[in-house]
Design a protein around this ligand. Structure first.
Ligand code: COA
Length: 533
C-alpha cells in the first residue's frame, strides 16, 4: 500500500528532453571535476612521480580498504576563483580497517601543496564534518604551508585548523597525521596536534623554521634532517610515533594504527540488507525539467532513492506543496521533506514544523529535497501570517537536533533555502544536482526588483528614467545572477559538499547516513524557540 507508484514515462518526449538536459550538465560537470583530478598539471605531476612519490589520490586509494567507496567532498572548491579547482587538497570519507574515517590529503603538485584561502575553507568544512559525525580523521600531509602571496587571507583565520584538531582529540575523536614531505612552520602543528603521528624516512620535514630561517634568527648552521627529519623525530624529539621506510609502509602503518583504535560507532549497522528501490535510479535523469518553472513530483525522486520505494506520507492532504513522510534508506530510518509545487504557503510551513518536531521525538534523521521558489508573497498571504508560519518552520529547522541532509534538486530560492535547511542551517551534508539553482530570488525577479527601485528613485528625484539603460542593466544583472546561482559556482564557494550525479543520490546519502550514525543520533525533546502561533 505504501510503495510509491510512478507516473514517469521513459518513452515520453518530456522525459527524453529532461534526460538530455541533465546529461549535458553532467558532461560539463565531468570537465570541471577533471581539472581537480589533474592537480598541478602534467609538469608538476611528472616531477612528483620522478621523485618516487605517490599522488594525493593514490595515497588515499592505498590507505582505504580494497573495493570500498570514497565519498569525495568539495571537489570543485575554488572553482571560479583565481586558484586551481580543487583547492590543492583532497578531502572525503573512506573506510580504513572497517572504520569510516575523514581523510584529508594535501596535493603537493599544486603550488607545493600550499594552502590558499579556499584550501582553508575546504579543510575547515572537512573538520566540521569529522567533528559533527565523530569520524576519526587521517591527514596525509605534504604542504608548503601558507600560500605566501595570500597570507593576509589565511594567516589569522588559519590558526583554527590546529584548534579543531586538538578539540577533536579532546572530544575523544582520534586524529592521525601521516607526513610524506614538507610540513613546516604552522604546518608542523598538524602532527603536533594529532594523537598519532607517522613520518616517512628521508622525506618528512617537520620544523618550525627551516635552515635559512634558523640562520637568520639565531645564526645557527643546520640542515633539514637534523632540524626536522623523520629519523630525528622518531629517535630524538619524539614527535613521530612511527618511522616508515617509504610511503607504502607509512600507509600500512596508518592502517595498523586505525585497526588498534578500538573504535566503535554509536549505532550498530542496520541488521538486514536493504531492499533496493522498485524503480531504476537511471530514471532520475529524466525527472527534473530543464526549465525549473515547470513543477515536478518529488515522489518520483523519493521512489528511486528510498528502500523498496516505500514511503508513508504524513498529512498528504494538507499543505500539498510540501511532501512529508517516513522511509528508510540503506536501512536507516529517515523523515523526508520535499517541495512539490515550488512555493511554501502557511500550511506547508506549519506541516513542516510539526513533522520536524515528530522526527526529533523519534530520533529520526531528516532529508530535505529542495525545489522551492520560497515563501508565498502577496497581501492575502501576509495577512494570513506567512511570516510567522515561515518563521515557525525556520525555528523548527534551526533547533532540530537530529542530523539533517539536504539535496538541491532544482530551485532553492529566498528564505525557502533556509526553511529547507540550506547551508547556513548546518545540515550534516548538503549536495546539489547539476540541475540546481540557488539565489536570493530568480534572475528575472531580481533584475525586475532592481529596475523598479531605480525607477522609483528617479521619480522621487524628479529625473527622467533612461529606458535603454534600464534594459541593458536588467540583461546584465539577469546574466550575473543566473551564473551566480549555478551549482558549479556555489560548489566552488563551498556552499555545498559537492555536485552529484542524480543516479548516485542513494549511494551518497547511504554513505552519509552510515557516517552520521557514528555519533549518537538524538533529537531535541524541547528546546525550540518560541513558536508564533
Ligand atoms: N606559497 C606560494 N607558493 C608556493 C609556496 C608557498 N608557501 N610553496 C611553493 N610554492 C610554489 C613555488 O613558488 C613553485 O612555483 P613555480 O613552479 O611557479 O615556480 C611551486 O609552488 C612549486 O614549488 P617548488 O619549490 O618548485 O616545489 P618543491 O616540491 O621542490 O618544494 C616546498 C616544495 C614546499 C618544499 C618548497 O616550495 C618550499 O619550501 N616552500 C616554502 C615553504 C614555506 O616556508 N612556507 C611558509 C610556511 S608558513
Amino acid at each position: 500500500m505504501t510503495v510509491l507508484a510512478s507516473a514517469l514515462d521513459p518513452a515520453s518526449p518530456e522525459y527524453t528532453a529532461h534526460r538530455e538536459a541533465m546529461l549535458a550538465k553532467l558532461a560539463e560537470l565531468d570537465t570541471e571535476q577533471a581539472k581537480a583530478l589533474e592537480g598541478g598539471g602534467e609538469k608538476y605531476v611528472q616531477r612528483h612521480r620522478d621523485r618516487g612519490k605517490l599522488l594525493a589520490r593514490e595515497r588515499i586509494e592505498l590507505l582505504l580498504d580494497p573495493d570500498t567507496p570514497f565519498l569525495e567532498l568539495s571537489p570543485l572548491a575554488a572553482w571560479g576563483s583565481e586558484y586551481p579547482v580543487g583547492a590543492s587538497m583532497v578531502t572525503g570519507i573512506g573506510v580504513v580497517e572497517g572504520v569510516e574515517c575523514l581523510i584529508t590529503a594535501n596535493d603537493p603538485t599544486v603550488r607545493g601543496g600550499a594552502s590558499n584561502p579556499w584550501t582553508l575553507k575546504k579543510a575547515f568544512r572537512a573538520h566540521e564534518i569529522g567533528h559533527a559525525n565523530r569520524l576519526p580523521s587521517i591527514h596525509l600531509v605534504e604542504s608548503g604551508g601558507a600560500d605566501l602571496p595570500s597570507q593576509k587571507e589565511i594567516f589569522i583565520p588559519g590558526g583554527a585548523l590546529f584548534k579543531h584538531l586538538t578539540q577533536s582529540s579532546a572530544a575523544g575523536i582520534p586524529t592521525i597525521a601521516v607526513v610524506f614531505g614538507n610540513s613546516t612552520a604552522g604546518g608542523a602543528y598538524v602532527p603536533g596536534m594529532c594523537d598519532h603521528v607517522i613520518m616517512v624516512k628521508e622525506r618528512a620535514k617537520v620544523f618550525l623554521g627551516g635552515p635559512p630561517l634558523v640562520k637568520m634568527a639565531t645564526g645557527e648552521e643546520s640542515d633539514d634532517e637534523s632540524l626536522g627529519g623523520a629519523e630525528m623525530h622518531a629517535r630524538t624529539s619524539g614527535l613521530a610515533d612511527h618511522l616508515a621506510q617509504d610511503e607504502h609502509d607509512a600507509l600500512r602503518q596508518t592502517r595498523r594504527v586505525v585497526a588498534r583504535l578500538n573504535w566503535r560507532k554509536a549505532h550498530a549497522d542496520p541488521s538486514t540488507p536493504a531492499v533496493p528501490p522498485k524503480y531504476d535510479a537511471d530514471e532520475l535523469l529524466g525527472v527534473v525539467p530543464g526549465d525549473l518553472r515547470t513543477p515536478f513530483d518529488p515522489r518520483e525522486v523519493i521512489a528511486r532513492v528510498v528502500d523498496g520505494s516505500d514511503f508513508d506520507e504524513f498529512k498528504p492532504l494538507y499543505g500539498t506543496s510540501l511532501v512529508t513522510g517516513w522511509a528508510s534508506l540503506h536501512g536507516y530510518p529517515l523523515g523526508i521533506l520535499a517541495n512539490a509545487q515550488g512555493v511554501l504557503f502557511s500550511e506547508e510551513s506549519q506541516k513542516a514544523a510539526q513533522f520536524i518536531q515528530l522526527a526529533n521525538q523519534r530520533d529520526i534523521p531528516l532529508l530535505f529535497l529542495h525545489n522551492t521558489t520560497g515563501y508565498m508573497v502577496g497581501k492575502e498571504y501576509e495577512q494570513g501570517g506567512i511570516i510567522k508560519h515561515g518563521a515557525m518552520m525556520i525555528n523548527a529547522v534551526s533547533n532540530s537536533r537530529v542530523p539533517h541532509l539536504s539535496v538541491l534538486m532544482g530551485a532553492s530560492y529566498g528564505a525557502g533555502h533556509y526553511g529547507m535547511c540550506g547551508r547556513a542551517y548546518d545540515p550534516r551534508f548538503l549536495f546539489a544536482w547539476p540541475s540546481a539553482k540557488s539565489a536570493v530570488m530568480g534572475p528575472q525577479q531580481l533584475a525586475g526588483v532592481l529596475s523598479i527601485v531605480a525607477r522609483q528613485s528617479a521619480a522621487a528625484k524628479g529625473k527622467p528614467y533612461d529606458e535603454d539603460a534600464d534594459a541593458a542593466l536588467r540583461a546584465m544583472v539577469e546574466q550575473q545572477i543566473e551564473s551566480e546561482s549555478l551549482p558549479m559556482f556555489l560548489s566552488g564557494r563551498l556552499y555545498d559538499d559537492g555536485v552529484i550525479d542524480p543516479r548516485d543520490t542513494r549511494t551518497v546519502l547511504g554513505i552519509c547516513l552510515s557516517a552520521i550514525h557514528t555519533a549518537p543520533v538524538e533529537g531535541a525533546r524541547g528546546g525550540f524557540g518560541v513558536f508564533r502561533m
